[in-house]
Design a protein around this ligand. Sequence first.
Ligand SMILES: C[S@@+](CC[C@H](N)C(=O)[O-])C[C@H]1O[C@@H](n2cnc3c(N)ncnc32)[C@H](O)[C@@H]1O
Length: 224
Amino acid sequence: MRYPQLDERLQAAADLFTACDFGADIGADHGRLSCYLLHSEKCRKMLVSDVSADSLDKARRLMKLHQLEERAVFRVANGLEALRGMEGTIQCAAICGMGGQLISKILLSAHGLLGGAALVLSSHTDIPLVRKTLTEIGYHVAQERIVRAKGRFYVLMRAESGSAAYSEKELYLGPCLLKLKPPLWQQYLMWREGVVACEQGHETQLTWIREELVDETGNRTDAV
Ligand SMILES: C[S@@+](CC[C@H](N)C(=O)[O-])C[C@H]1O[C@@H](n2cnc3c(N)ncnc32)[C@H](O)[C@@H]1O
């Protein structure tokens, strides 16, 4: 039986996940990430959770199909509440494929249950808010990746316990991305520039993006 393939976004989430005894997938839905982490033996056991019982059933069926259900704990729960009363320490938790406002709310409302576990996060929107929330709960951004899947860009983050302070520009564009300027950086910036240029009241953000798109002589790095 062929195991489900991960697209670039979920593969990046799997790559950023800690190899561990016990991981958690919050908002697991189809369950592909947990399935991969168990099958690849990156994780020995997974807490697979979703606020929707119907969504969680999809994950349950996938695990059963691949005979992995004995290494999974399934919980219908709101966000990190899934970790409450859990036997065993979660070492890493993924919260992917949700909006930034929701991820931020999930983190703020129950971060005490994390017990220092690393986080793998991917929000479709409001990424700066997620970074800011991490600093508010005593976490910092340890790694960031840009991937392209199904024709759009995604930013994935690995966050770890330990405080950090970021400038507004770092919150907006990503502290690790700004330092490392990964392969898709320029294309990502050009895409963001196009989006932000159409919005009113985002002149500062447009300036930050354009600062990154010029070389030391002030010429656009994307000019042909
Ligand atoms: C778009 S799916 C993402 C699935 C998978 N994590 C991914 O990245 O491909 C979002 C899932 O989050 C779940 N969800 C939404 N709010 C949630 C919450 N507060 N706690 C747990 N899961 C939630 C939804 O039910 C849905 O199954």
